[in-house]
Design a protein around this ligand. Structure first.
Ligand SMILES: Nc1nc2c(ncn2[C@@H]2O[C@H](COP(=O)(O)OP(=O)(O)OP(=O)(O)O)[C@@H](O)[C@H]2O)c(=O)[nH]1
Ligand SMILES: *[C@@H]1O[C@H](CO)[C@@H](O)[C@H](O)[C@H]1NC(C)=O
Ligand SMILES: *[C@@H]1O[C@H](CO)[C@@H](O)[C@H](O)[C@H]1NC(C)=O
Ligand SMILES: *[C@@H]1O[C@H](CO)[C@@H](O)[C@H](O)[C@H]1NC(C)=O
Ligand SMILES: *[C@@H]1O[C@H](CO)[C@@H](O)[C@H](O)[C@H]1NC(C)=O
Ligand SMILES: *[C@@H]1O[C@H](CO)[C@@H](O)[C@H](O)[C@H]1NC(C)=O
Ligand SMILES: *[C@@H]1O[C@H](CO)[C@@H](O)[C@H](O)[C@H]1NC(C)=O
Ligand SMILES: *[C@@H]1O[C@H](CO)[C@@H](O)[C@H](O)[C@H]1NC(C)=O
Length: 434
């Protein structure tokens, strides 16, 4: 969330030795895309249809990780999307050791300063565990503590830290733990730093693949469906006519509005430190840029994904150009649906709502926005878009960067990037490269 320590930026070095792996992974990705014959006709503008089949068939990989050797990692903390990155990094470390990741504890609460207030929540209370393994099982695997035999004590691995602990040393250390004398242990338990702070050794495509296997448990997915059908219903009412296809075809826009006080302080700070003066956007600037997005069919309902602290601020709903119908949780009448859940799940619901929008507008320095755009980019590629930079009904934009004719800049993830650097810490280099 907003006040994350951005000293994190210094933790990772850009120095990459995984280019070849990345190219290989990208080739595999391209191969898979070409095998996944795109649906003919107009299906691509109803992307929610492909969600449940979008992850790859697990048995296509033939390099399953062992089911009788495990990796245990520290509790995963911070915002939803930092937790997803940390989880994927833990999965990929386990894969490197050819081990199943013991189901980690996530954190339901955002209070990351006081460890005892982190409210651990089991992975399978949020994400569908069986589905994760059925979608990702040929690549990475998550296992339960109950499958441990406990015949040997866990081997404790302490992650190195400090400035001298380079990415190369970190990878060497991991490789050493493949050694037979350690490999005999049923569990390797990593202690120390939590996985978000580990060095990153994997290309974006590996992360993207794992994120796609993270589907919500049925109970939370039902809440996502309710929220989206409310959004479409107000959209249908705004259009004043019922569509022949039902409300399912009513498009909506989602904006991840990052304008909380603590975020504004943090982003100003970040601008000064990084010398990049397009991180912060005021409410006014966001409204102006969004008004200039080309090719929308008005009226269109706009779902504002924002922090609770902003829900009291009525002015957030006024000032939008004619034809944009802004709604947040309260005005939409879905606050109760969110309110019964802890922070982590509220954020996970918002993620899905933004993911499935016809148009998504976010901030390129937010992990939340960046992961949504990565996911949307992969969906576009899988839907067979040959040139994903052209206008589509599934576009994403970054409101903090000026695009053509006063619109926000079109945003696409560079799927072939060799590290997750720009996605975890933000970037203003978001043009179409794919
Ligand atoms: N800030 C905030 N956001 C919430 C809360 N509940 C739900 N959300 C939603 O979650 C989004 C922020 O996502 P987080 O998961 O906190 O962010 P993150 O993954 O740490 O990524 P960053 O955007 O880099 O902070 C907000 O824009 C809201 O849409 C809340 O209590 N506070
Ligand atoms: C995955 O692929 C295998 C063969 O490659 C096939 O037998 C299996 O039915 C597929 N599973 C799914 C869920 O598509
Ligand atoms: C893990 O080990 C098994 C058995 O030794 C092997 O078949 C498989 O390819 C390995 N997987 C990875 C990801 O190294
Ligand atoms: C092994 O220990 C874990 C807890 O550390 C426990 O949950 C599990 O049931 C144990 N397994 C067996 C077979 O006793
Ligand atoms: C495994 O580690 C031990 C102790 O660190 C070392 O003596 C041995 O040579 C290593 N074996 C291999 C195959 O690397
Ligand atoms: C579709 O939208 C209309 C309002 O425009 C609403 O009355 C109706 O209940 C919605 N249908 C469904 C299935 O949600
Ligand atoms: C999707 O975009 C195409 C042109 O790119 C347009 O013809 C079509 O009407 C759009 N569909 C929706 C639902 O907006
Ligand atoms: C922007 O990103 C692309 C692709 O990731 C890269 O090739 C290019 O060098 C980057 N440009 C800058 C100025 O960093």
């Amino acid at each position: 969330m907003a006040l994350k320590e951005f000293s994190k930026i210094n933790v990772l070095s850009l120095n990459s030795t995984v280019c070849r792996i990345s190219i290989l992974a990208f080739t595999i990705l391209l191969l898979r895309i070409s095998l996944f014959s795109p649906l003919p006709g107009l299906h691509w503008f109803r992307p929610e249809r492909v969600f449940w089949t979008s992850a790859d068939n697990a048995s296509a990989f033939h390099h399953e990780v062992r089911r009788d050797k495990f990796l245990e990692v520290p509790q995963i903390i911070w915002g939803l999307n930092n937790q997803k990155i940390a989880f994927a990094r833990a999965c990929l470390s386990a894969r490197l050791l050819n081990r199943t990741l013991l189901m980690p504890s996530l954190s339901a609460s955002l209070i990351y300063k006081e460890m005892d207030l982190l409210k651990p929540i089991s992975f399978d209370r949020v994400f569908n565990y069986e589905r994760f393994n059925s979608l990702c099982g040929g690549f990475v695997r998550v296992g339960r503590y109950s499958s441990l035999l406990n015949e040997t004590k866990p081997f404790e691995l302490r992650k190195g830290s400090g400035r001298k602990w380079t990415k190369e040393r970190d990878l060497d250390q991991l490789n050493q733990y493949k050694n037979e004398s350690i490999d005999m242990f049923e569990v390797i338990k990593i202690v120390g730093k939590h996985p978000f702070l580990w060095h990153d050794h994997w290309p974006v495509s590996n992360y993207g693949r794992i994120f796609e296997c993270l589907t919500l448990v049925d109970e939370i997915e039902a809440d996502v469906s309710t929220v989206i059908s409310r959004i479409r219903a107000v959209g249908a009412r705004g259009r004043g006519k019922s569509s022949d296809f039902g409300n399912d075809s009513v498009p909506y826009m989602a904006i991840h509005l990052r304008i909380e006080k603590d975020w504004m302080l943090h982003c100003k700070n970040l601008e000064q430190r990084s010398n990049i003066y397009e991180i912060c956007s005021s409410k006014k600037e966001i409204m102006e840029r969004v008004a200039n997005i080309h090719g929308l069919s008005f009226p269109i309902v706009v779902y504002l994904a924002l922090a609770d602290s902003l829900l009291e601020d009525e002015s957030i709903l006024s000032g939008w150009r004619e034809g944009l119908l802004p709604f947040e949780k309260k005005k939409l009448g879905v606050w109760d649906i969110y309110n019964k859940h802890p922070y982590l799940i509220q954020s996970a619901i918002d993620y899905e709502v933004c993911l499935r929008a016809a148009v998504f507008v976010g901030n390129s320095f937010s992990t939340f926005s960046s992961l949504i755009v990565l996911h949307r980019t992969r969906i576009l590629i899988k839907m067979g878009m040959t040139s994903i930079c052209v206008n589509s009904n599934f576009s994403s934009y970054a409101y903090n960067i000026a695009g053509d004719l006063g619109a926000p800049k079109k945003w696409m993830t560079d799927i072939s990037a060799s590290t997750l650097q720009s996605i975890s810490y933000g970037t203003n280099n978001i043009s179409c490269h794919v």
